[in-house]
Design a binder for this molecule. Structure first.
Ligand code: ZN
Length: 150
């Protein structure tokens, strides 16, 4: 667990212990499955999209603390957003996870998702943190193949 030391560990551990939206969504009309073979993380996302708005979102799955916390934070963040807003957030988080952020300005607009910003320093963990987001992207695109981070 030493990887987690600098990763805003309290927030991540809290979301791991008590994941938000950890449930199947009634009347879900978009689903997607994601798998990170490197770590063994897997999750299924359920979305209820009405028009352009994500009315409800939930997930099931198993995996490491970072993958579960990231899914919890992700579902919390995109609920009530439009598809375009959720896709924009996906792009922003993806950039945050894969590049060094040198200024606080890079994290503006990310809110509590900024707790994931330390992950980029641990390349083996980036796929854990990005799994939920790639799976969200697939669900919004209507992809039929399960997502793999490989
Ligand atoms: Zn993992």
């Amino acid at each position: 667990m030493s990887d987690l030391r600098d990763l805003y560990q309290e927030v991540i551990l809290d979301h791991n212990r008590r994941p938000r939206n950890f449930r199947k969504v009634e009347g879900a009309n978009r689903t997607a499955e994601g798998h990170n073979p490197l770590c063994g993380d897997q999750l299924t996302l359920y979305l209820r999209v009405e028009g352009e708005v994500i009315r409800d979102i939930g997930f099931h799955g198993s995996g490491c603390a970072i993958s579960k916390a990231s899914a919890s934070l992700m579902t919390d963040s995109v609920k009530g957003k439009t598809i375009a807003e959720a896709e924009a957030l996906f792009e922003k988080v993806h950039a945050m996870l894969t590049t060094e952020h040198k200024a606080q300005a890079d994290l503006d607009g990310l809110g509590k998702l900024a707790v994931l910003s330390g992950v980029w320093e641990f390349p083996a963990r980036v796929k854990c943190a990005s799994l939920a987001w790639h799976t969200l992207h697939a669900a919004l695109q209507g992809a039929e193949q399960p997502v793999s981070t490989e």
